[in-house]
Design a protein around this ligand. Structure first.
Ligand code: CP
Length: 311
């Protein structure tokens, strides 16, 4: 059974092919005939705007049908009354052709995959992984920079969340010149991320002030503060801040004063780490990133719903 549970399972050939397919969809390519009319279940146990609506937009654009409840943690779902994720997968995979799941528990998508008759896409499991966001980020970085090869990519903000974890897995193929982490002073960069990059001979630096990457990096991927505790505070063990330190906030004034050409990305949602004054800057790529997300999600869904080549 094909699934997309982790960015670790993707090869460079997968990433290249999905980027090409996403580009084709952007240019108006039609979905494979065997995909049209299929049903995709959207199971969101945690809040979401982009992933939930982005998948739904992609499903409709492919000629498929979304099904799901507005909020699986609300009283209308039987997981509330103790039904396991495994039973949920066994049942819903008999009613749909693919399941997208977001859950506060690390490994939730994998648990569902063990019992599902149909492909599972991990739409975010706790602090662990968010593979479609990483594919969108790579697609957007390649689009903005031409190539990631030889470029300096900075992660601004919280380095511990699922979007950073998955993107680092894909950056290992892209040969950036360096990866710079710019977390607030009391945030540690997870050792396994540094190890993954160094295993692939990618230089890493840690700095604690965004002025440095504004001068030196080609792209700044602002990481959202880890919000995997939303809805289930005990799940991640992390405490999310609700205020970004001044050293880590981007404002238009700061970007303009630095005369920076660094492209600014953000998987979003943002708290206060990018001031809305940045939105009109030519550097601001984060809304374009959302526009591109629909085409990448079409590519992923298309392959998993079809008899395509995805492993
Ligand atoms: N980027 C992302 O996962 O956003 P949502 O939480 O709104 O889905």
């Amino acid at each position: 059974q094909k699934h997309l549970l982790s960015a670790k399972s993707l090869s460079i050939a997968d990433v290249d092919r999905l980027c090409r397919t996403a580009e084709d969809y952007e240019l108006g390519a039609l979905p494979p005939a065997d995909v049209i009319g299929k049903t995709v279940a959207l199971l969101f146990f945690q809040p979401s705007t982009r992933t939930r609506m982005g998948f739904e937009a992609a499903i409709v654009a492919l000629g498929c049908h979304p099904i799901g409840m507005e909020n699986m943690t609300a009283s209308r779902s039987n997981t509330r009354s103790g039904e396991t994720l495994e039973d949920c997968a066994a049942v819903i995979s008999r009613l749909s052709d693919l399941i997208v799941v977001r859950h506060h528990e690390v490994g939730a998508a994998e648990r569902m995959a063990a019992k599902s008759l149909k492909p599972i896409i991990n739409g975010g499991d706790g602090w662990n992984e968010h593979p479609t966001q990483a594919l969108i980020d790579i697609f957007s970085l390649r689009r903005g920079l031409g190539t990631i090869r030889g470029k300096s990519i900075c992660f601004g903000g919280d380095p511990r969340g699922r979007t950073v974890r998955s993107l680092v897995q894909l950056l290992r193929f892209e040969s950036p010149r360096e990866v710079v982490f710019c977390p607030p002073a009391h945030y540690e960069v997870p050792a396994d991320l540094l190890a993954t990059l160094s295993e692939h001979q990618i230089r890493c630096r840690i700095v604690h002030n965004l002025d440095i990457p504004l001068h030196e990096s080609d792209a700044i991927m602002m990481a959202p503060y880890d919000m995997s505790d939303i809805g289930e505070p005990a799940a991640s063990g992390y405490v999310s801040p609700r205020m970004t330190p001044e050293t880590h906030r981007l404002t238009a004034e700061r970007v303009l004063n630095a005369n920076s050409n660094a492209l600014i990305y953000h998987p979003m949602p943002r708290l206060d780490e990018i001031d809305p004054s940045c939105d009109e800057l030519p550097n601001a790529m984060y809304f374009e990133q959302v526009r591109l997300s629909k085409f990448m999600r079409m590519a992923v869904l298309g392959e998993l719903l079809s008899i395509g080549t995805y492993p």
